[in-house]
Design a protein around this ligand. Structure first.
Ligand SMILES: NC(=O)c1ccc[n+]([C@@H]2O[C@H](COP(=O)([O-])OP(=O)(O)OC[C@H]3O[C@@H](n4cnc5c(N)ncnc54)[C@H](O)[C@@H]3O)[C@@H](O)[C@H]2O)c1
Length: 282
């Protein structure tokens, strides 16, 4: 008798699973959504920004006309909105949660002072609280609400926290320096970013053990800097810190998302997959 033929990559198959992504209307959120649509998941894209959410929903509908997704406005800092999302979804069980939302100001060509209020000496408590509430508290709240449900029926699930190479590295503030600006006025990557991303790794480890006996796995993905037409000097400085000599392309995390959210990573739990072109090992 012939051995049963194995479907190639069948462990990546997410058909029958529902994934919810927070902050899905941003630069990488749409990529995460596409990654999961490609392996057959039903995807719920959520974001606080309804305008950008409509844009990403349109793009997904164009690329994936079979329409296996839903877009819902949801602010991760507001427990009532997360609970409302859970209610709207009714019987649709969330099997995969991607905590991706963050306040992540980009180094841009036009906005000269985008980090100007981020220097440690002057960073306001209000800014600290706002950023932590999105990037860290938001991940806790979503994990609490959706994770509890995953654990309750014993069918398990996957929680994936999107961290950053700055979960394992201190930011090298030299790469953000602008010419003609005094040292005390130089823009910096804010302390909140390091604290949030390191905190997400702690949250990941905690969740990975807390519901392990209920089949809920938790891992983190730590992307390195993704190229988005940033100023040439910034790109050159960052690339010089990366053994592979280049920033990431935005679609280079798709396969990792598929791996981390599917059965392909069934025995991976509590880990932080750092995909940074080798920056953190140099
Ligand atoms: N882009 C990069 O180079 C890079 C590198 C490493 C890590 N990351 C991480 O990847 C994730 C996605 O990054 P990105 O580049 O797409 O960022 P982005 O700023 O483009 O998107 C973040 C999204 O989060 C949403 N958001 C903000 N506050 C929210 C709230 N209260 N509730 C719900 N949504 C909210 C924003 O509206 C936005 O759509 C972030 O966690 C970021 O820190 C990005």
């Amino acid at each position: 008798m012939r051995a049963k033929e194995k479907v190639p990559l069948s462990n990546f198959d997410c058909r029958g699973k529902t994934a919810l992504i927070t902050g899905a209307a941003g630069f990488l959120g749409g990529e995460h959504a596409m990654a999961l649509l490609e392996v057959g998941a039903f995807v719920v894209v959520t974001d606080v920004d309804s305008r950008r959410l409509a844009i990403i929903a349109k793009r997904l509908a164009q690329r994936y006309p079979q329409k296996k997704f839903l877009s819902l406005q949801m602010d991760v800092t507001r427990p009532n909105e997360i609970l409302e999302t859970s209610r709207v979804l009714k019987r649709r069980r969330i099997d995969i949660l991607i905590n991706n939302a963050a306040m992540d100001p980009k180094v841009s060509r036009t906005d000269k002072a985008s980090f100007a209020d981020s220097r440690l000496e002057i960073l306001s408590l209000e800014k600290w609280n706002r950023e932590v509430s999105v990037g860290l508290t938001g991940a806790f709240l979503c994990s609490q609400i959706f994770g509890t449900k995953m654990a309750a029926d014993g069918k398990g699930g996957v929680i994936l926290n999107i961290a950053s190479d700055l979960s394992v590295l201190a930011p090298d503030q030299r790469i953000y320096r602008k010419q003609g600006v005094s040292k005390s006025q130089q823009q910096v990557k804010p302390v909140t970013y390091s604290v949030i991303k390191s905190g997400l790794i702690g949250l990941t480890r905690y969740l990975a053990t807390y519901w392990a006996d209920r089949g809920v796995r938790a891992n983190a993905l730590s992307p390195g800097g993704v190229y988005k037409n940033q100023p040439k000097q910034f790109v050159q400085r960052l690339e010089s810190l990366i053994p592979m000599g280049r920033m990431a392309k935005k679609n280079e995390y798709r396969a990792a998302i598929q791996f981390l959210c599917s059965k392909a990573s069934a025995y991976l739990n509590g880990q932080n997959l750092v995909m940074d072109g080798g920056r953190s090992v140099w």
